[in-house]
Design a protein around this ligand. Structure first.
Ligand code: ADP
Ligand code: MG
Length: 356
């Protein structure tokens, strides 16, 4: 089901301190039907508040929420047809897995036999059908989270909302469970909103991601499209491991200059800028390279190697370049590089907006 958020805003008032927090600020997006959507941003940027408003657990201060053709802004949570999964699985500890999954159906007065069958089918979908008679305490974290997902799915919701569902799992289980979420979403075709602060997690499984900062949407699109074409410095910085390298520089007379070195010609007016260069944007060229970095050390990663270097104008302590492991480097401390123009992004220094 398609979801439209129209100028959605949530302001929390603190009566004691008379202060306000704008948790979500004029969120105006159309979420495509049947896809896995990542809601991505650092802690405190308004992801959970957005999800709570979608689910009906929080009322928006202003704006509208449309599911399909229906305005659900004022609708109670039970009538919205949503399934919700939180970071902490929130299972009923005294009930078996089966009872946990059937619980929402009892509330909906679904006949017992049918509820049992639906619980089994949903458990099968998330691959826990052999655990139905166990109690939550007899399951691993990953299994408990699958029960929570089954419990959300058994109602056959038209929207599935997942709030940092992998945060309590260890690294290996996180990888495995995120693939599971992708598979379940594809098998059911339910419009799913997956909240995370982990860019790699969002990039790896989502069809579309929506990047937020301080309650404001920064960019929305296919993960690769956003990575390749960020609209501002925040988005460029937030996506990618290792992260993008950022240098202070300037545009002067149609040339992009960093630390006195001319990197390339650019069609922009004279101004102070930040220059972002992705780690894979460097081509080693000791003789004719345009940018000089001071080598710190090399990390071998099999197919590639990572050059860890420093630069006077870098905004971060180190600069990282990833190059083919076969490339032979000079013994010198100063290494010279050419740049792949499609991996270089220029931002106005004040607004931090991308120059186009
Ligand atoms: N019930 C609340 N009362 C007051 N402030 C809140 C409340 N819930 C969230 N906030 C504030 O709103 C902002 C967004 O919070 P949240 O949506 O939980 O962010 P996220 O899920 O992205 O970490 C934060 O500054 C948070 O402190
Ligand atoms: Mg949150």
């Amino acid at each position: 089901m398609k979801i439209v958020l129209e100028h959605l805003t949530k302001v929390f008032e603190n009566k004691k301190t008379k202060s306000q927090v704008i948790a979500v600020n004029d969120l105006d997006v159309e979420i495509p039907s049947g896809k896995l959507i990542g809601l991505l941003g650092p802690s405190g940027c308004g992801k959970s508040t957005t999800l709570f408003m979608l689910s009906g657990l929080e009322n928006p201060t202003s704006g509208r929420i449309i599911f399909g053709e229906d305005d659900v802004t004022k609708l109670v949570p039970e009538k919205r047809g949503i399934g919700l999964v939180f970071q902490n699985y929130a299972l009923y500890p005294h009930m078996t897995v089966e009872k946990n999954i059937m619980f929402p159906l009892e509330n909906m007065k679904v006949p017992k036999d049918e509820a049992k069958k639906r619980a089994y089918d949903t458990a099968k979908l998330v691959q826990i059908e052999n655990l139905l008679q166990r109690k939550p305490s007899e399951l691993s974290g990953g299994q408990q989270q699958r029960v929570a997902i089954a419990r959300a799915l058994v109602k056959m919701p038209s929207v599935l909302l997942l709030d940092e569902p992998l945060s309590n799992l260890d690294a290996r289980l996180r990888l495995q469970t995120r693939e599971e979420i992708k598979r379940i979403q594809q098998e059911t075709g339910i419009t799913t909103i997956f909240v995370t602060h982990d860019q790699e997690e969002a990039m790896s499984i989502c069809d579309t991601i929506l990047v937020m900062k301080l309650g404001v949407v920064q960019q929305m699109g296919h993960p690769q499209a956003i990575y390749d074409d960020p609209d501002n410095l925040f988005v460029a910085n937030f996506l990618g491991t290792p992260p993008i390298n950022i240098f202070e520089g300037e545009v002067k007379g149609g040339k992009l200059i960093v630390n006195g070195e001319e990197l390339m010609k650019v069609p922009y007016e004279d101004q102070e800028v930040y220059v972002g260069i992705r780690p894979e944007g460097f081509i080693y060229n000791q003789e004719g390279g345009v940018l000089t970095l001071m080598k710190d050390h090399i990390e071998v990663m099999g197919r590639d190697k990572s050059i860890v270097a420093t630069h006077e104008k870098s905004t971060k302590p180190t600069v990282r370049c990833i190059i083919d492991s076969g490339v032979q480097l000079s013994d010198k401390y100063s290494l010279k590089f050419d740049l792949r123009p499609e991996k270089v992004f220029v931002f106005n220094k004040e607004s931090e907006m991308r120059l186009r």
